[in-house]
Design a protein around this ligand. Sequence first.
Ligand code: RIB
Ligand code: CA
Length: 309
Amino acid sequence: MTRKIIIDTDPGQDDAVAILLALASEEFEVLGITAVAGNVPLALTELNARKIVELSGRTDVPVFAGADRPLERDLVTAEYVHGKSGLDGPDLPEPKLKLQEQHAVDFLIEALRANDQVTLCTLGPLTNIALAFRKAPDIIDHVDEIVAMGGGLFEGGNVTPAAEFNIYVDPQAAQEVFHCGRPVTLLPLDVTHACLTSRDRVERLRGLGTPVGIATAELLDFFERFDETKYGTDGGPLHDPNVIAWLLKPELYKGRQINLEVETVSELTMGMTIADWWGVTNRPKNVNYIRYIDDDGFFALLEQRLARL
Ligand code: RIB
Ligand code: CA
């Protein structure tokens, strides 16, 4: 049985690796890829998504452009991490793959109405998902589960001391989506900060010798430089591919069902994920919060799957 998924994304080098991992895995029927403004503006995230789909050879997968700004706040981007293009590193050609005319939010609504049990894999701010749920609440029952990269507790924040980037960009969207009533699994910084791209791990990907392996290594060469300096580590955290890897091999991860709320009022802690890991409140346990990863197992899976493209 293949799992029907939609990937919502703001490429971003780590998004790109997540998309390649998904497109290399026969466990998924990828109904579409929806781009959202985040790491860089929408015109670049949709272009980058099309470049990566074309690199994978899976041009059967349609790409849609969605929200160009968060629900309520001004857009905050991260060119300082991802470069001006949002996909600095490899020199990928202009894609032949055309952008779909349909707005990503309308695609999400149409695809969810046409399919039962779709998994939403979110790799960026949750604006598109929140807009689709607001516009067509009937589709929420068609969501099998939401698997999202975002938030953090024990690792603090990466864009402010309190908040992780995806949630910080659109806290209102995150709070609405995390309380939509369907199962939510979160891959936070507590996991991704233990998923580091060491030199050896990057060289093994380059050693695949394929266009995908070489491009992935070049993406990570660029992507890790900022975090290596920031965290003083050999390699940087690889965030988004953990969403896909969790679906492929959940046994690589450990977490627990807890309450999670998002700060949407205080500017000091805006976008903070208040994760009740120790169960000190009686608030509803709305999120499967992943805290631990087998990172060797993750990189073995990543290398094995990317070798297929
Ligand atoms: O904080 C990391 C997240 O923000 C990742 O999804 C990265 O691509 C950026 O979107
Ligand atoms: Ca992302």
